[in-house]
Design a protein around this ligand. Structure first.
Ligand code: NAD
Length: 493
């Protein structure tokens, strides 16, 4: 079974414990965004493969997986995490080839979190209490109610390309810990680590049919075929808000449950009483980490007027100190965007900013790269000021390494600006005044608020967006709410 990354030149679906190609013979290209070269060919699933994967997942619920004790199931999930760690370098290489992101980032975040997602939820499910109530009855004997958790069934997992292994396992980890089976549709841009995980699952002892993967695109391809499949019991999706709407509609047929982690246009609020060093460091990471391709990233920053010029000057200096480079460049902190297609979108906003009258503080274009990287999806980290609040650059999620900085005068104005868009995913507040920080945090309409930090994550906490940034929360016991059905049993005594 163990063929490793070398076998991933021809990426097949993983169905019922086997790698299988598409009956249609349809393949698509997986391209390295750092140089534009072909990494692999990927099989595109038709309805036939999606149907086989869902049927395998349904059957596996009734097989050995469904009969395992909690202890057996969770100990296998620990082995999955150990298996990822044992093949850390292979996963790292695969993730960096698909995304172009710096190895320094993927080795600290993507791969370790990919492994941790299995351990954390395996341990959590063992410690979740359920409720019981004794009640009186007219005949005086009473009755006992108790609730039990049962797996939801077959979960369709649809994941994006920005943190491929991390975000996919963030769903598969709790789904399996709760005893479900899954059919995963990874992003067409980043199929490799999801495919490689099939080998790890097999080695760890996950029964066939529990973890299935189908590759392909969204509409009229594997993604749509999965959401339209009537035997899937629930969908967990991370991606764009527009795609979330399409998935929600598909899930409505048959009244299937959904968990949606969607887009955002997150605001940073920098008050004059902040620690400027911390605010600059945090804003730099929130704007430029992963080349700006983080849903929690900050593309709008509002700064109290008295420190606005100093803040912009220091942010410019820091952005101009970023090193752009390929994954192997140990000093690089900015990789390429995920694809040339995504670069087209990001560059269209760079142009729009100019058209709408922005001052380009730094960046705004494509950097010059050495010949061997010239085919990559490189863009400059970019800072703007001076745009009107109704510019699409301020209202749309760009998902690139760019940020607009705007002054404000009062706390009320800052809160109003932060809450002005239909998104509500995350926000960062920079202030050393603890009372103000709590007061503002309480009024921001977002699912995740950081105070004097950004991207600090404790996996036990609720994660998700309000407004058009999502439905439901994952993380900690909140994941268990989605991945299980609660059943009340009432016993007359
Ligand atoms: P996307 O919505 O284009 O694609 C995500 C996944 O959905 C892919 O696997 C894609 O193939 C699939 N898909 C697309 N159309 C579909 C359809 N009609 N039916 C079924 N599946 C379909 O998103 P993306 O470009 O891969 O990722 C970037 C987006 O993800 C950004 O908006 C970002 O904010 C969001 N995101 C959100 C979070 C969060 O936790 N809230 C985390 C990461 C990324």
């Amino acid at each position: 079974m163990k063929q490793g990354l070398a076998a991933m030149k021809d990426i097949k679906h993983y169905i019922n414990g086997q790698y299988v190609g598409s009956a249609s013979g349809k393949l698509f290209d997986n391209v390295n965004p750092a140089n534009g070269k072909l990494i692999s060919k990927v099989h595109e699933a038709g309805r036939e493969e999606v149907d086989a994967a869902v049927n395998a997942a349904k059957a596996a619920l009734r097989g050995p997986w469904g009969k395992m004790t909690l202890e057996e199931r969770t100990s296998i999930l620990h082995k999955v995490a150990d298996g990822i760690n044992a093949r850390f370098d292979e996963f790292l290489k695969a993730e960096c080839l698909d995304t172009g992101k710096p190895k320094s980032m993927a080795s600290h975040i993507d791969i370790p979190r990919g492994a941790a997602n299995f351990k954390v939820f395996a341990d959590m499910i063992k410690n979740v209490p359920t409720e019981s109530f004794e009640m009186p009855t007219p005949d005086g004997t009473g009755a006992l109610n108790y609730a039990v958790r049962r797996p939801k069934g077959v979960i369709g997992v649809i994941s994006p390309w920005n943190l491929p292994l991390l975000l996919m396992t963030w769903k598969v980890g709790p789904a399996l810990a709760c005893g479900n089976t899954v059919v995963v549709k990874p992003s067409e841009e980043t199929p490799t680590t999801t495919a490689l995980l099939g080998e790890v699952m097999k080695e760890a002892g996950i029964p066939d049919g529990v973890y299935n993967v189908v590759h392909g695109f969204g509409g009229d391809s594997a993604g749509a075929f999965l959401t339209e499949h009537p035997q899937v019991d629930g969908f967990t999706f991370t991606g764009e808000t527009g795609t979330g709407e399409v998935i929600m509609k598909a899930a409505a047929k048959g009244i299937r449950d959904i968990s949606l982690e969607l887009g955002g246009k997150n605001a940073g609020l920098v008050f004059a009483d902040c620690d400027m060093d911390k605010a600059i460091e945090g804003t730099m990471r929130s704007a430029f980490a992963n080349c700006g391709q983080v849903c929690l990233g900050t593309e709008r920053v509002y700064v109290e007027r008295s420190i606005f010029d100093e803040f912009v000057g220091r942010l410019k200096e820091a952005a101009e100190g970023l090193k752009i480079g390929p994954p192997d460049d140990a000093e690089a902190n900015l990789g390429p965007l995920v694809s040339l297609k995504h670069r087209e979108k990001v560059l269209s906003y760079y142009q729009k900013a100019v058209d709408d009258g922005a001052t380009v503080v730094t960046g705004g274009g494509v950097p010059e790269m050495p010949e061997e990287l010239a085919g990559g999806a490189w863009v400059q980290p970019t800072i703007w000021t001076g745009l009107p609040e109704d510019s699409a650059v301020i209202t749309d999620e760009i998902f690139g390494p760019c940020v607009h900085v705007c002054p404000f005068d009062t706390e009320e104005e800052a809160i109003e600006l932060a809450n002005s868009l239909p998104y509500g995913l995350a926000s960062a507040i920079w202030s050393e005044n603890i009372t103000r920080a709590h007061r503002v945090a309480g009024q921001i309409e977002a699912g995740i608020i950081w105070v004097n930090s950004w991207f600090l994550r404790d996996l036990r906490t609720p994660f998700g967006g309000s407004k058009q940034s999502g439905i439901g929360r994952e993380g900690g016991v909140h994941s268990l709410e989605f991945y299980t059905e609660m059943k009340n049993i009432c016993v007359k005594l």
